[in-house]
Ligand binder design. Structure first.
Ligand SMILES: [Zn+2]
Length: 243
């Protein structure tokens, strides 16, 4: 096989096994339609695999259609590493999805802090706590943006997540006892509910991108330098004065 062709194939996969969930090394070059049938080296019919995936492919554990699909995916930009300046609609949707996730999680953290503040306060509702309200507005905007860039199913799933948080935030703001007297089981139920809603959204976003849900990270790996901005809830007295 010509060296330039081999190099092109290795570069195509970033010198890793082409199966996105594997990425192992060392590497071998495989013909998708077997060599004895095509008798030629054609870039579109070749893919780089680790020996394990190569064997599984030869055994038929991974079928040819699937292998062509993996090859096809290599042409698309890695959905887990979208450049901030990539102008494609696809990249825009992925960025909007990540923005939606980070804003709803920020909202969640701000409501949790407020719940703690109310529980700790002997004076009732702490005043000056507009943080969660402002963050809700940002989350609303992120929800709308995601709905706009995705399809109807994405919009609906994003709204379901948003509504879940809005109900919870409303219960907290209305000082409903249930919002403050949750048992461990209640917390677990809520976590489960939230997870299912995020999982539904993930499936819809992946469907809109024509990806299998495993091909797009569920949540973007948070880098150390991506700390969430601190949100002041006016509870200085309870948390110490140094903030
Ligand atoms: Zn592999």
């Amino acid at each position: 096989m010509p060296r330039p062709l081999a190099r092109q194939l290795f570069v195509e996969v970033g010198h890793r096994c082409a199966i996105p969930t594997c990425r192992a090394t060392p590497l071998e070059i495989a013909h998708i339609v077997p060599w004895h049938r095509v008798q030629r080296h054609d870039f579109q019919n070749m893919i780089v695999l680790c020996p394990n995936c190569h064997t599984r492919f030869d055994r038929g554990d991974i079928d040819r259609q699937a292998m062509f699909r993996y090859k096809e995916l290599l042409r698309l930009p890695n959905p887990n590493r979208v450049a901030p300046d990539d102008p494609s609609p696809r990249a825009g949707l992925i960025r909007a999805y990540r923005m939606f996730q980070s804003e709803t999680i920020r909202w969640q953290e701000s409501i949790s802090l407020l719940v703690s503040a109310v529980c700790l306060s002997s004076f009732g509702f702490p005043t000056g706590n507009l943080g969660p309200v402002r963050i809700a507005a940002v989350a609303r905007a992120a929800t709308d943006k995601l709905g706009e860039l995705g399809d109807e199913d994405v919009a609906e799933a994003a709204n379901n997540v948003f509504d879940w948080y809005r109900c919870w935030a409303s219960d907290v703001f209305d000082l409903l006892p249930s919002a403050f007297n949750a048992t461990e089981d209640d917390y677990e139920d809520r976590r489960e509910e939230r997870f299912m809603l995020f999982a539904d959204l993930h499936e819809e976003v992946c469907a809109a991108l024509d990806l299998d849900p495993t091909e797009l990270d569920f949540f973007e790996a948070r880098r150390d330098d991506q700390e969430l901005p601190k949100v002041s809830l006016g509870t200085r007295g309870f948390w110490g004065a140094d903030e």
